[in-house]
Design a protein around this ligand. Structure first.
Ligand SMILES: Cc1cc2nc3c(=O)[nH]c(=O)nc-3n(C[C@H](O)[C@H](O)[C@H](O)COP(=O)(O)OP(=O)(O)OC[C@H]3O[C@@H](n4cnc5c(N)ncnc54)[C@H](O)[C@@H]3O)c2cc1C
Ligand code: FES
Length: 513
């Protein structure tokens, strides 16, 4: 049976730092130690700022620990979309910013001596079916309009996979995200940065000074605050109407080393498949020697978060697709899933938090490219906090409105509105007897709904199923063992404890909720 964890958490332990136990003062307080928060904190510290970085868990405990770690300037939402929504100049800036992010990760790894398996690899976009060839030609045209370095090939010159006609993006990157984060955290600490894990933040208030409050009762005061919690918890609506949570699935299968060329591979399907390889040792997989093994990482099968509960079928479909395209794949060692925030115009929101004080900044809306977007956030927010001009500021401005994205805005917000109808429907199961151990389901009880989790010992744990953000009904996510909100992406552990916002508080007691 494959391990239900990512290749990254399965091979590296995220670093741990002491929790914040007293009030503190800093130039900047950053909340969230994923790639966005850590890069921002590190770059600010490099410029001599005093920085306090707070995280509820450990660095990488969020989505950076379950990524697939493609570092690419081929935009997930395509250059066709970039040119249509952001114009040729916007598409050009998107290209430059993502390319600069890959360069910056490589430079930081070199400067700080971070052994994170960083590797330059080619990226190939290949057709999912016979219609895909046309999409590839359109993407080539749009990419050229944006000035992207790209070429069309009859087939990718690789071992172990036949792509057909494809686009080649040279000098992309890949790395081990947790090795990188651990190294970045250590470098931040060497620069005098103060990182506190196990510290949950409940409120951020802008002003002079900005204040950041924790569940432990401590307050950090700072000249500026950055919210890099993947989904911001201090915004009730402005950003949440402009992005939507999607759940995505990954499997990692053994491959003989060298049987498939290390590269980034994507198809044109919707949702698309994303593929890469990572080399580990047999010992890291529980074996007794240091022989090399390649893990073929295959992702896809995305759906709107909280709106599907067929994880087994999705993993099975990925497996079938992988074996058809990559016949060298052997047994699946890892399988995992995670959440991405899709913005209506395909780019992240990085900058001043809309309708907040001037000194509160946000990084969110990863759009499936959160490693490069998170690194762009570090570069851009450091400039904004220092009062320097940055050419990408308008492109990523969280307050931006792109009129061409109106249809996507209406579609996603209609979808959110429809979720409230689940207040009126029945439960996922009629009785708790239908809930197997280590699983959960939502039940109707009179006028409300209850989220019931049955633990391994068979004991039932009941919480209100009403999301504490804006009242949608959560759904059980069997792949990640979480309660996921279908509206704006809040997630709760099986006992109802909030893992990620925008909800700030845990699911209520079932008897009171
Ligand atoms: C399966 C999958 C594959 C992906 N593949 C790619 C890829 O190939 N390339 C790519 O570029 N991107 C990819 N992404 C997206 C990318 O991994 C993420 O967008 C990115 O890692 C998010 O980084 P982050 O710093 O914004 O958030 P996170 O890594 O989620 O970090 C946020 C941190 O904030 C902390 N936090 C949250 N709330 C609070 C609070 N109230 N108080 C204190 N701390 C808090 C959390 O503990 C967490 O550590 C993928 C995502 C998934 C799920
Ligand atoms: S995340 Fe907004 S209602 Fe649940």
């Amino acid at each position: 049976m494959p391990r239900s964890e990512s290749l990254w958490t399965g091979t590296v332990d995220p670093a741990q730092y002491p929790p914040l136990d007293a009030d503190a003062r800093a130039d900047v307080c950053v909340v969230g130690a994923g790639i966005a928060g850590l890069t921002t904190a590190y770059l600010l510290a490099r410029e001599g700022r005093s920085v306090v970085l707070l995280d509820d868990g450990r660095p990488g405990a969020g989505q950076t620990g379950v990524t697939t770690a493609h570092l690419s300037y081929e935009i997930d939402d395509s250059y066709v979309t970039m040119v249509r929504l952001h114009g040729a100049e916007g598409a050009r800036q998107a290209y430059h910013s993502h390319r600069a992010a890959i360069d910056r990760i490589e430079a930081i790894a070199q400067l700080e001596g971070i052994d994170c398996d960083f590797q330059r690899v080619s990226g190939y976009l290949f057709p999912a079916d016979r219609h895909g060839a046309r999409e590839i030609d359109e993407e080539l045209e749009a990419a050229k309009t944006a000035g992207v370095t790209v070429q069309r090939l009859d087939a990718a010159p690789v071992k172990g996979f036949y792509s057909g006609a494809c686009l080649h993006f040279p000098r992309q990157g890949q790395f081990h995200p947790l090795k990188y984060l651990n190294g970045l955290a250590a470098a931040f600490a060497r620069l005098g940065g103060r990182l506190h894990t196990g510290t949950r933040v409940t409120a951020v208030t802008g002003g002079t000074p900005a204040t950041v409050q924790t569940t432990g009762g401590q307050t950090v005061t700072a000249s500026a605050a950055v919210i890099a919690t993947n989904v911001p918890f201090n915004d009730r609506l402005v950003i949440h109407t402009k992005q939507a949570p999607y759940h995505t699935y990954v499997i990692g299968a053994r491959v003989a080393p060298g049987a498939i060329t290390h590269a980034l591979y994507w198809d044109t399907d919707d949702p698309y498949h994303y593929v890469r390889l990572h080399r580990v040792t047999k010992a890291q997989l529980g074996g007794d020697n240091q022989d090399a093994v390649d893990i073929l990482i295959v992702g896809g099968e995305d759906h709107k978060a909280g709106q599907a509960q067929d994880a087994e079928q999705r993993f099975a479909k990925l497996d079938v697709w992988m074996r058809e395209k990559f016949p060298a794949a052997r047994e699946v060692e890892f399988r995992w899933s995670g959440q991405v925030m899709e913005t209506q115009d395909g780019l992240a929101f990085i900058g001043r938090n809309p309708m907040d004080e001037e000194n509160v900044y946000v990084a969110t809306g990863d759009s499936g490219m959160g490693l490069t977007h998170g690194t762009i956030a570090g570069i851009l927010l450091t400039d904004l906090i220092a009062g320097r001009a940055n050419p990408w500021a308008d492109l990523y401005d969280p307050s931006r409105i792109r009129t061409g994205a109106a249809a996507e805005f209406v579609k996603e917000n209609l979808n959110v509105a429809l979720q409230y109808a689940s207040w009126l429907t029945g439960g996922e199961v009629a009785s708790v007897d239908e809930i197997p151990p280590n699983s959960g389901a939502v039940l109707r009880e009179g006028l409300t709904k209850v989220a019931v989790f049955r633990d391994e010992a068979g004991e039932l744990h009941r919480r209100s199923a009403v999301c504490t953000h804006l009242g949608c009904i959560v759904a059980w996510n069997p792949a990640a063992s979480t309660w996921d909100c279908p509206c704006h992406g809040s997630r709760f552990d099986p006992m109802g404890k909030v893992i990620s916002g925008p909800a700030k508080s845990d699911l209520a007691d079932a008897e009171k909720g």
